[in-house]
Design a protein around this ligand. Structure first.
Ligand code: LLP
Length: 413
């Protein structure tokens, strides 16, 4: 059963009508289905069940404590890209041991904090980073567990802003540069893994398989010993554009495990870092229609959410499904769904055929669980939206709407 569906003409998250949440919490509000997060996580877990594996949820996709808490309870590890994310993960009850730390720009202070916390692995992205990490770890009398992130130079066939595995991208080290780093024994470092992450919102398994084949060849040709191989995240979700569904976690699992067989048969553990595929479909942004207007060229539906709440359409021109919360037979109109911010980029949909929406009525912007709330901002001094977690017929506020006082709390005249 989908996480968001109509019951008696009312769009619900699990058993809770979105109108009930909006009535109590106000709009705009992010609503997440706990059941859908669990289902997606378990689908990954089942897809990789035939080998030792670890699912390190990419915290950046949705880092609200209440969502992280669900992942902690499911037994997930975490892929973090800052000490701020480690702070959140530990606060949500996660353990440091199951954390991998990615990112091209880890600072010395971040390395120290992560070492002191005892994280599972540093995914190192350059020779200079490895050098510094070795020094910091040695100064603490520790050995940092390290995986080298390679850039396999494969085209993930996704939006250029979220392609990461091409040689013109800033991520990882080249296959040739990786060899000495993987071999080089030095104080303060223990090489435990090899990793890659080639991009996000991938809708085919072929780029994953190509990247893995290159990693496997590197390991085999150079006799590299590893405890784990981390193939990153990147599996796409269906945004309802009608251009075909991406592979399911089961299809993804079958494809990547076949490619990884030369390593897993030697006992190498598989690590994955999915973000979007775990939380994307589980979240919607619920907003209220303020006004409609038509000019010579267009019809506009103005809602109370804006690009500061969900910036994906503005940043990537991305498509999100939009539904009226109240289902009724009515005429449709081709409209631009836009927010109140004074930028033409402040839109959620362009030239979309939707049921004619009236002022005051609620609209759900779907598939917004990943990179929605997490990328929201206070632009235009707009308090960030409240966030709600639904489980069955109950819901709880996992983040209250910000107050104006909170917005200026760190400022001085
Ligand atoms: N691992 C690493 C090292 C990453 O950089 C990312 C995402 C992930 C895992 C998780 O990827 P996922 O499974 O979610 O595709 N803001 C963009 C997406 C940026 C992805 C950045 N890296 C968007 O809204 O589409």
């Amino acid at each position: 059963m989908p996480a968001f569906d109509y019951k008696s003409g009312e769009l619900c998250c699990e058993q809770v009508p979105l109108a009930k949440i909006a009535g109590e919490v106000g709009t705009p509000v992010y609503v997440y289905s706990r059941g859908e997060i669990e289902r997606a996580y378990q689908a990954f877990d089942a897809a990789l069940a035939s080998v030792p594996h670890e699912i390190c949820y990419a915290v950046k996709a949705c880092s609200t404590l209440g969502v992280l808490g669900v992942l902690v309870q499911l037994g997930a590890g975490a892929d973090i890209v800052s000490i701020g994310e480690l702070y959140r993960w530990l606060k949500a009850g996660g353990s440091a041991e199951h954390v991998v730390f990615s990112g091209v720009g880890k600072t010395e202070a971040e390395m120290r904090t992560a070492l002191e916390a005892g994280i599972g692995c540093f995914n190192v992205e350059s020779a200079e980073e490895l050098e510094l990490l070795a020094r910091v770890a040695a100064s603490l009398g520790k050995r940092a567990p390290v995986s080298i992130r390679v850039n396999p130079d494969v085209d993930p066939q996704t939006h250029p802003y979220i392609s990461t595995g091409l040689k013109q991208n800033k991520f990882g080290v080249s296959m040739t540069e990786a060899i000495p780093l993987l071999r080089d024994p030095r104080d303060g470092i223990e090489i435990v893994g090899l990793d890659c992450h080639i991009g996000s919102q991938l809708v085919k398994t072929a780029p994953f398989v190509d990247a893995i084949a290159r990693l496997v060849a590197l390991v085999q040709q150079h006799g590299i010993r590893l405890r784990h191989v981390d193939i990153g995240g990147g599996l796409g979700i269906d945004y309802g554009k009608g251009d075909g569904a991406p592979p399911s976690p089961a299809e993804y699992g079958a494809a990547v495990l076949a490619a990884l067989a030369p390593l897993t048969s030697r006992g190498v553990k598989v690590v994955v870092e999915p973000g979007r595929a775990i939380v994307g479909a589980a979240g919607a942004l619920v907003t209220r229609v303020l006004y409609r207007k038509r000019n010579d060229a267009k019809h506009f539906t103005i809602v109370d959410a804006a690009m500061n709440d969900l910036m994906r359409p503005a940043l990537y021109n991305s498509f999100h499904p939009i539904q009226a919360v109240r289902h009724a037979d009515r005429a449709t109109v081709t409209t631009d769904v836009v927010g109140p911010i004074c930028e033409t980029g402040d839109f959620f949909a362009r030239d979309r055929e939707l049921p004619e929406l009236e002022p005051g009525e609620l609209v759900s912007i779907g598939a917004a669980g990943a990179y929605g709330a997490a990328m929201s901002s206070n632009y235009n001094t707009r308090p960030r939206a409240a966030e709600v977690l639904v489980a069955g017929d109950a819901f709880s506020i996992i983040r209250s709407r910000e107050t104006y006082e909170q917005l200026v709390a760190n400022e001085r005249l």
